[in-house]
Design a protein around this ligand. Structure first.
Ligand code: ADP
Ligand code: MG
Length: 594
């Protein structure tokens, strides 16, 4: 069997009404899967179509389906199965647009979670095309509220996703119940064994159309990779999000478990993120999706398979938390950003043992993925400061409730603080930039000879990667889950910016800078090698010298010693109480730092 390909929709010989709608929808020429798929389906053959997300598969089967509907009959003539409610709705809407100038074509989406009685009432009025999820379609078949004895076309859309979601049995029993002489069309992004076995059993001498390699080089997508240690991937991810001000992001990883881990880690850091994977019930999925679409959540973390069941477009970026096992997956992933003339970013976090996969992706897509430099801590502070200033300026400009908060400043002045101190403290809290266990030096893996490809170009080379990260390291503390500047949603910021444990701030002050006014810097003879943590130091000093823990300032733990700032007036008391004393059972010498 041959497959022809056409340059224009006119050449495809479509009926006038559909042609008019297609042009109105802004489709100037058929996409490759449409150019090959539409004629094949119109010929009446069974068809297997393999093409990535976003290549126009809906119209590839939708146009021929509409062409074959006989509106003078009231019977269901086409059944389209989709993996999720979202996709079912999306497909039925696209069909509705294509059928805009056709008279009397009735299309109904049926899916779980919607009232079955309402669906039954609408089905009773007569429907020509049913777009449904397998579970709900089975329901209606069992209740005999859907009759398929006149179905001529059966479409399995996103077949691999449906199988991964556990619909195999449903699909098989639906297929087994369809009239023998129907036409069967299957679309899938990948061809797995279970799919092949379905096609063998239920498709009749199918035409195979495979469009995977074109459109790989979407010029709007900026593809950059970063060499990152596996344990530093979330940190690097948040830096990239901050640096590039990414407000809608899809993060891909290879396993469900990773989805949960990443989501938790991001949430702990104050980023509004949620996960999507096959284990979610339809209702949970819709919840997650509507929050994402409303911008309440800004980051979705998903596995490849789960991501295909959702309809998201117009993303600022895609991050490959890990590198997919399959080159095609890479293409699908990054295809989620940079659509419809918008620009998008595709960042890949590459561990050393993933580098070879990145190379094979480059070989497959014939696109060079450039190497990026991880933004440094200072870069992040810089962008956050700039955005902070912007936001505050905007707030001041359109502030309607002046007066209401004016006395706050007065109250703080009254407590003896200067305006500079007050603003500084507020900025620190609101921006939420805090140092954690990741210093700049321990994010990337060290290149060995042979790791580096010839001619790699460093992108975003704003600052050099830094060595000797231990200087900035902060004894393994985590940020609190408080407010972030990055999330950019005014309201939640002021609420919960609790201070970290022990009440110290961690504004990134480095040694050897002078302590803040009114503070004395002390030297302690214990350090990281003694496994002490800031909370141990705060506990010991506060307990032994009987001063409030929250008055203790910056703590910098080095390998063999530690600097800690305490209020000037308490310095003597701390020295007296601590010298020769122990912290975590270890004797400590303490002195005023020089
Ligand atoms: P897929 O099912 O392959 O993921 P869709 O059918 O959902 O892709 O199509 C993705 C988007 O591209 C939709 O917004 C659709 O309206 C649009 N589209 C489809 N075909 C064309 C075309 N020939 N020209 C321009 N846009 C198209
Ligand atoms: Mg689709």
């Amino acid at each position: 069997m041959t497959t022809e390909s056409f340059e224009t929709f006119e050449e495809l010989g479509l009926n006038e009404d559909i042609l008019k709608a297609v042009l109105e929808m802004g489709f100037t020429k058929p996409s490759p899967i449409q150019a090959q798929g539409i004629p094949a389906v119109m010929q009446g053959s069974d068809v297997i179509g393999q093409a990535q997300t976003g290549t126009g598969k809906t119209a590839a089967f939708g146009i021929p389906v509409l062409e074959r509907i006989d509106v003078s009959s009231n019977a269901v003539q086409a059944l389209i199965l989709c993996p999720t409610r979202e996709l079912a709705v999306q497909v039925s809407e696209e069909l509705g647009r294509l059928a805009k100038y056709m008279r009397g074509v009735r299309i109904e989406a049926i899916y779980g979670g919607d009232s079955i009685d309402r669906q039954i009432r609408s089905l009773k009025k007569g429907v020509h095309i049913v777009v449904g999820t397998p579970g709900r379609v089975m329901d209606h078949m069992e209740r005999k509220t859907l009759k398929f004895n006149e179905v001529r076309m059966m479409v399995l859309d996103e077949a691999d996703e449906m199988l991964d979601m556990g619909f195999r049995e449903d699909i098989e029993s639906i297929l087994a119940d369809m009239p023998e002489d129907r036409q069967t069309i299957l679309f899938s992004a990948t061809m797995s064994k279970p799919i092949m076995s379905i096609t063998k059993r239920f498709l009749n001498d199918p035409v195979l159309i495979k469009v995977v390699r074109n459109e790989l080089t979407n010029q709007n997508i900026e593809q950059v990779y970063f060499e990152v240690k596996p344990q530093a991937k979330v940190e690097v991810m948040t830096r990239l999000i901050d640096m590039h001000h990414i407000k809608s992001l899809l993060v891909f990883c290879n396993t469900k478990r990773k989805v949960d881990e990443i989501v938790e880690d991001l949430q702990l850091r104050g980023y509004a993120s949620e996960g999507i994977h096959g284990d979610l019930r339809q209702q949970q999925r819709s919840n997650v999706m509507s929050k994402f679409k409303a911008g309440v959540t800004t980051i979705l973390v998903a596995t490849d398979v789960a991501a295909r069941g959702i309809d998201v477009s117009g993303l600022d970026g895609v991050i490959n938390y890990d590198i997919p096992m399959d080159e095609e997956y890479y293409v699908h992933r990054i295809g989620r950003t940079g659509r419809a003339g918008m620009s998008g970013k595709a960042f890949s976090l590459v561990a050393r043992d993933e580098k070879y996969r990145l190379k094979s992706i480059e070989g497959y897509t014939k696109v060079k993925i450039e190497k990026g430099v991880i933004p440094s801590y200072e870069d992040i502070v810089g962008v956050r400061k700039a955005r902070f200033v912007e936001t505050i300026a905007a707030l001041i400009k359109d502030s309607e409730d002046e007066g209401l908060y004016a006395d706050v400043l007065e109250m703080l002045h009254h407590s003896g603080f200067t305006t500079e101190q007050i603003v500084g403290a507020m900025a620190k809290q609101i921006m939420g930039v805090q140092k954690n266990e990741y210093a700049d030096g321990n994010l990337a893996w060290e290149e060995r000879r042979g790791d580096r490809r010839e001619g790699s170009v460093d992108r975003y080379a704003k600052t050099d990667r830094r060595e000797g990260g231990s200087r900035f390291e902060r004894g393994g503390e985590r940020r609190d889950g408080g407010s972030r500047f990055g999330g950019d949603r005014g309201g939640d910021r002021f609420g919960k910016g609790e201070r970290r444990e022990g009440g110290r701030d961690a504004g990134g002050e480095r040694r050897p800078s002078a302590p803040e006014a009114g503070m004395t810097r002390l030297f302690l003879s214990l350090g990281r090698k003694d496994h002490i943590m800031p909370k141990d130091i705060v506990g010991a000093i506060a307990g032994e010298a009987n001063i409030p823990g929250k008055t203790i300032g910056a703590i910098d733990i080095y390998d063999k010693f530690t600097f800690v700032d305490v209020p000037e007036r308490d310095a003597r008391a701390v020295l007296r109480a601590m010298d020769g004393n122990t912290i975590k059972g270890k004797p400590v010498q303490i002195d005023i730092a020089k």
